[in-house]
Design a protein around this ligand. Sequence first.
Ligand code: MG
Length: 241
Amino acid sequence: MVRFTTVLWDVDGTLLDFAFSQRVAFMKCFRSIGLTGTEEQLVRYSQINDSMWKLHEKGEMTGDELKLERFRRLFAEYGIEGVDLNAFHQEFQEGLGNVAVPLDDSLELCKSLRGMVRQYVVSNGDVAVQTHKLQLAGFLEVMDGLFFSQEAGAPKPAKAFFDYCFLGIPEKDPGKILIVGDSLTSDIQGGIRAGISTCWYRPEGTVNDSPYRPDYEISDLHSVCDILGVFDTWQNRRDKS
Ligand SMILES: [Mg+2]
């Protein structure tokens, strides 16, 4: 039985290994200002970045503000002075967009689901960076469409973001749409607000200490086939190929 016709995929931390792209871009940018980035600085940057994205999700900081502010704060904490923030940020974005590593065999999974469900990307990330990463990793041909918060005018978890997506999706029954993502605050909360089903792709070692309860929880993306109700078809196809 096919339970869902449509899947909305988050990108960073779900289809693609965001931590890896971030590490490469971070270290490269530090080298280009004549410094050697440390693990501690990377961890601190990641904390600052995450907290600012949470503010962005709540509508308390714009995407443009956070892009520079996260580095301004990091450099202030470490007493690093005289860095051209715009140039640094520009290089960082390019770096992020140039490294794309699929998680859990996600590309093969999405390819094998083609024809069984419609698949869309839903991302709060920068349009140019995300599109380039998806292209590099081979997802552009696989997806039925891409939805970005920059173009929607509101980020996940806003209902407005999902309303924007629904305009471009043939499926009109919210009960047949599933969102899969690693973020409880943006993907899961957003899916709940939008009235669709939610699947939390739980990052290793994390627990759900949020008020948001996903309908499904998985630790391996392949489990999505079970949830979609297409496991048998999917396995048959895979055995034949
Ligand atoms: Mg994510």
